[in-house]
Structure formats: structure tokens, C-alpha cells
Ligand binder design. Structure first.
Ligand SMILES: *Cc1c(COP(=O)(O)O)cnc(C)c1O
Length: 430
């Protein structure tokens, strides 16, 4: 049954919506501390209840008892592919292959380098990399690092061009499309929650003769994806956000089938070798997405993260999206109706098909307001500048939590509790 969030106007009706929610049972698969409304699953997903047992097993039994034999016996060696295959299903990447490995930052470097290498063979005159000014910083830093590396080591000059939105991307491609080698976009923006139209943008980039790398950090596990239908070239993403893989769990990197035989990336470690245990003196690339592997994998993290991926695989993506939009629509409407007198500005697109699963509001004292909220057990996060960010994980957040979070926010703002000195203090991580 589709839940109509526009008719939820009191706590009772939110409780009723939770009872009618077809995804409600997933909440019981996660550890959610008493007294906490966790609206930060877009930054660090909650702990699946089955994960501690899997962690115990991999540590005590596989490592403790089976020791090095576990690489074969307990299939440690094939974990990047096994989990990668599951992620392939989740992101609709059937016409391609994926491995779970490394971090998103490193996978950006490798996949972008692979895209540039393909272009070097097909269209060597293309020397522009396009990304978005509002991209997550590490994405831009990795592009800068790659450009510097290619310039200093290979003597090839690339430049980074930043666009703002779809219109400026279209303009850029119209003016300089024949210079563009690759485009790196983040499907759902980490700060604003704005979502690109993957099909249309991919087509536009291809029409200009460029390749596209999609970053799915805030999409995987939150919005339905179909990389194959979109004809995407490469994709990366992390698993510790909506996929609930655990802090620092390995990221993923996916490539379309048509490119896999041509993938060359500079971090040619032995796990990417065709036959690592030949201990050969020089590198020969492995098959398919294995070429993205570098060295020995973090098995403890990887084994534990599979629990979160397995939960995500059981979820109907259509229902997930419906609930996500119902939660975010409800939150936007309640904040705007009930807190109308306060200087809150919606940063996230109002149109449902233009946003992911988090909602951001600007407030001039955003940092202190968020701290005051967190002190009451409503955990969202703060992003520069002045942005209060609330992630709605459709697997475990409820309509009643949305209601209660808005009441807490109202109390913080009406009584100005955020003015207390303690809420101005910053930690190393925000
Ligand atoms: C979370 C996030 C990252 C994180 O990268 P790490 O290498 O895991 O630290 C990168 N890019 C985007 C768009 C993100 O949202």
C-alpha cells in the first residue's frame, strides 16, 4: 500500500502509517539505541543485528581456527567478487561487473584513470575532465591528484572544468564537448540531496563523445539504480552509508562490460594480476573487474559488511523509493508548516524526482542547532556552510520518528536552547 505522506498531520496518523508500512519489519534487523532518532544513516548506516555474529565468526573461527587456510576454505579470496556481484544486482549493473574493494576515493582515482586511458587510445585530443563544483571534496581532490600525477609522470596535460548544474553541463558540452575526455558526477549530492537524471545526463555525455563515472555514495541502497539501462561507463560508491556495511567498510567499483577488457589503471597490484600466485616478475591484467583490485583486502570489514548488503538485496527497490520519498516529503512539509517563523531555508530540491533520501535546511546557526538536537537524541549532521542535514534510511526510519524529530527541532528553535555555550564547540569530525 502506498503511504500518502500529505495526510499525516499528527503523531497518531504517523503511528498508523508505520503500522501500514510494508518495509516496517526491516527496522527490527538493526540495532537502534533506545531514545535515539537516527537520521544519519546517509553518513554511517546502523548496525545490522546479524553483523556482530558474523564478525565473531570471521575473527574467532576463520582467522582464529582456520588461519591462513581461510583464503581458500572460507572463500576470503573471492570476497571482492562475491560481494561485487551482489552490488551489481543492487545497482542494476547486470551488463557489467563490480568488485568490492578499497575506498571510494581510491576507486575514483582508478576508474577515472581507466576512462582516461580508454580515451587516450580512442580520442587522444580530449584533455578535459568535467566535474561539479558542489561535488564531495575528495572527488575533486582525487581528480586534482590524478591530473598532477599524469602531468608529472606521463607529461600529459589534463584540466579540470567545474560545472554547476545540468544546464551548465549542457553548455560546457555544447562549447567544448570535443575536448572532454571524462565526466565525474555524484548522482545524489552529499550536501543538497539533489539527484541527477542518470539516463539523460549519461546520454548527453556520450553524445559529446565523453565517458562518465558515476559516484553512487548517496544513492546505493537509497534510490533505485539501473546502470545498465542508463548505459553508464563506470561507477563507484561506498557501502557504509545506506548499505550499512560498517565504519570504513570497503567501497565498490563497477565497469560496463564493453570497457572491461580495456581497463588499465595505474595501481597495478598483485590482486589485479591474471595469476597472482604465479609470483611473476611483471604485471599482466586479470579478467574483468578484477583489474580494479590492488592488494590484500580488509577481510574483517569486508565479511561484516556483507550482512548489510544481504539485507539490501531483499528489499523491493520500488517500495524503498516510495517510502523514502514519503519520509522526506513529510519532513519537508512539517518543518515548513510548523517552523515557518524561523530562518530555515530548504536546500534540497522540492521535486521528488530530483532528490535522493536526505533533506537539508540552511539555518544561520546550523552548527549549534544540530548540536542541540543531537544532545536530545535526534542525530543528523552538519555540513558547511550552515547546513543541517537529515538522512532518512527507509529500511529503519519511521514516520513517527519524522514527527518527533520535527517537534524536537521546534523546541530547540522556539526556546533557543542552541544558544547554550556547549553547542558551539567543535570536534575533529562534524
Ligand atoms: C561519502 C562520500 C565519499 C567518501 O569517500 P571515502 O573514500 O570513503 O572517504 C566520497 N564521495 C562521496 C560523493 C561521498 O558521499
Amino acid at each position: 500500500m502506498t503511504i500518502d505522506a500529505s495526510i499525516l498531520n499528527d503523531r497518531e496518523s504517523c503511528l498508523a502509517a508505520d503500522r501500514a508500512d510494508e518495509l516496517a519489519s526491516f527496522r527490527y534487523e538493526f540495532v537502534l539505541p533506545e531514545g535515539v532518532i537516527y537520521l544519519d544513516g546517509n553518513s554511517l548506516g546502523a548496525l545490522p543485528k546479524a553483523a556482530p555474529e558474523r564478525a565473531r565468526q570471521v575473527v574467532e573461527e576463520e582467522w582464529g581456527r582456520d588461519l591462513i587456510g581461510s583464503w581458500n576454505k572460507n572463500h576470503w579470496y573471492s570476497l571482492p567478487q562475491r560481494i561485487g556481484n551482489k552490488i551489481t544486482q543492487l545497482i542494476g549493473g547486470i551488463d557489467g561487473a563490480c568488485v568490492a574493494t578499497d575506498t571510494t576515493s581510491i576507486n575514483i582515482f582508478k576508474s577515472l584513470a581507466a576512462a582516461l586511458r580508454i580515451q587516450q587510445q580512442d580520442a587522444p585530443e580530449r584533455r578535459v575532465i568535467v566535474s561539479e563544483r558542489e561535488n564531495f571534496p575528495t572527488n575533486l581532490y582525487m581528480v586534482e591528484g590524478l591530473i598532477k600525477f599524469l602531468g608529472e609522470v606521463e607529461g600529459s596535460r589534463y584540466e579540470l572544468q567545474l560545472i554547476e548544474d545540468e544546464r551548465s553541463l549542457t553548455d560546457m558540452l555544447a562549447n567544448r564537448g570535443n575536448e572532454v575526455a571524462a565526466v565525474l558526477l555524484t548522482h545524489v549530492n552529499y550536501r543538497t540531496g539533489q539527484m541527477w537524471h542518470m539516463d539523460r545526463v549519461t546520454r548527453e555525455v556520450h553524445d559529446a563523445g565523453a565517458l562518465i563515472v558515476w559516484d553512487l555514495c548517496h544513492s546505493a541502497g537509497a534510490v533505485p539504480l539501473n546502470l545498465s539501462a542508463s548505459e553508464a561507463d563506470f561507477a563507484v560508491g561506498c557501502t557504509y552509508k545506506y548499505l550499512n556495511g560498517g565504519p570504513g567498510s570497503p567501497a565498490f567499483v563497477w565497469g560496463a562490460q564493453r570497457h572491461l577488457d580495456r581497463v588499465e589503471q595505474p595501481l597495478t597490484g598483485w590482486f589485479g594480476h591474471r595469476r597472482p600466485f604465479d609470483m611473476a616478475g611483471s604485471f599482466e591484467p586479470g579478467e574483468g573487474a578484477n583489474r580494479f583490485l590492488v592488494g590484500t583486502q580488509p577481510i574483517l570489514s569486508m565479511a561484516t559488511m556483507e550482512v548489510g548488503i544481504d539485507i539490501a538485496l531483499r528489499v523491493d527497490q520500488g517500495l524503498l523509493r516510495q517510502k523514502s520519498l514519503a519520509l522526506t516529503s513529510l519532513f519537508i512539509r512539517l518543518v515548513e508548516q510548523q517552523l515557518a517563523g524561523h530562518p530555515l531555508t530548504l536546500v534540497t530540491p522540492r521535486e521528488p524526482d530530483k532528490r535522493g533520501s536526505h533533506v537539508s535546511f540552511r539555518h544561520p546557526h546550523g552548527f549549534a542547532v544540530m548540536n542541540a538536537l543531537i544532545s536530545r537524541g535526534v542525530i543528523g549532521d552538519y555540513r558547511e556552510p550552515e547546513v543541517l542535514r537529515f538522512g532518512f534510511a527507509p529500511l529503519y526510519n519511521t514516520f513517527t520518528e519524522v514527527w518527533d524529530a520535527v517537534q524536537q527541532l521546534r523546541d530547540v528553535l522556539e526556546n533557543e536552547t542552541w544558544r547554550e555555550a556547549q553547542f558551539a564547540q567543535r570536534g575533529a569530525v562534524t
